[in-house]
Design a protein around this ligand. Structure first.
Ligand code: SF4
Length: 247
């Protein structure tokens, strides 16, 4: 991924060979504005912890930036709204998705979300406009959730889990769930068995498990090998692909 200067504000990264082909990341939410303050955030500490959706930047300005990029480089094959600044906090995300598709009829659109606002039906509807939705779900019990993701106090894990199930029922696109396990943070047995049960029930189109210890992880420790082996055993009959993204 070429992360930095790509020639237009809001277009924050380019991947030449991404899921959809040549992809760009579009971030309509300022960096470090999030409903979580995850220990593992690649953007560093959350500066504004919020659950209030807003039009942080005017929609026309975001569209103009994408137009400017596409004018120079050609229309991308895919656009991702990436976590780094939680995308679902953008109050006009649904409109942004529709406008991009109108401008670039062949583009495929994905969103990586922390899932914190899934309890909100409007958020689910807007995420559901994307071709792919990837939701991070690092815990299914409140203590572990608060330890690893450090959500805004108004975020209810129960609502997140209900929202995820409702999204799955209503959404026909590609739904992925990913979980990061970190040693000493959310690697409890009850979290693992609970998450596996939940994911088997939700039946995403793909489940990705990762652990600390990769480059750039800022000291997060990988879980014990036996923990991942247990996860693999519990998921061996899963009717969807399970991927382990480990160091
Ligand atoms: S949800 Fe994403 S952007 Fe927000 S703090 Fe966590 S890793 Fe960072």
């Amino acid at each position: 991924m070429n992360g930095a200067a790509v020639g237009a504000p809001f277009v924050t990264a380019v991947r030449e060979r991404g899921r959809f082909g040549r992809e760009i990341s579009v971030n309509p939410v300022p960096r470090a504005v999030c409903s979580h303050a995850c220990r593992h955030c690649p953007c560093g500490p959350t500066e504004r912890l919020t659950v209030d959706r807003a039009e942080f930047f005017p929609l026309p300005a975001v569209l103009a930036a994408v137009d400017a990029w596409a004018g120079v480089h050609g229309a991308p094959d895919g656009v991702w709204f990436d976590c780094g600044g939680e995308p679902s906090l953008y109050a006009r995300l649904g409109e942004l998705t529709c406008c991009l598709r109108h401008r670039m009829p062949n583009v495929r659109i994905g969103v990586r979300s922390n899932g914190s606002l899934l309890g909100d039906a409007a958020v689910r509807r807007e995420l559901g406009l994307c071709n792919a939705v990837r939701v991070s779900l690092n815990a299914c019990i409140d203590d572990d959730y608060r330890r690893i993701d450090r959500p805004h106090r108004a975020v209810s894990l129960e609502q997140v889990l209900i929202g995820l199930r409702l999204l799955r029922k209503a959404y026909c696109g590609m739904l992925e769930v990913d979980t990061l396990f970190v040693r000493g943070v959310n690697d409890t047995e009850v979290n693992l068995t609970g998450l596996v049960g939940l994911v088997l029930d939700v039946r995403p189109d793909r489940y990705v498990i990762s652990t600390g210890g990769r480059a750039g992880d800022r000291g997060l420790l990988p879980v014990a090998a036996g923990y991942l082996e247990t996860a693999a055993r519990l998921l061996e009959a899963a009717p969807f692909p399970v991927t382990f993204d480990t160091p």
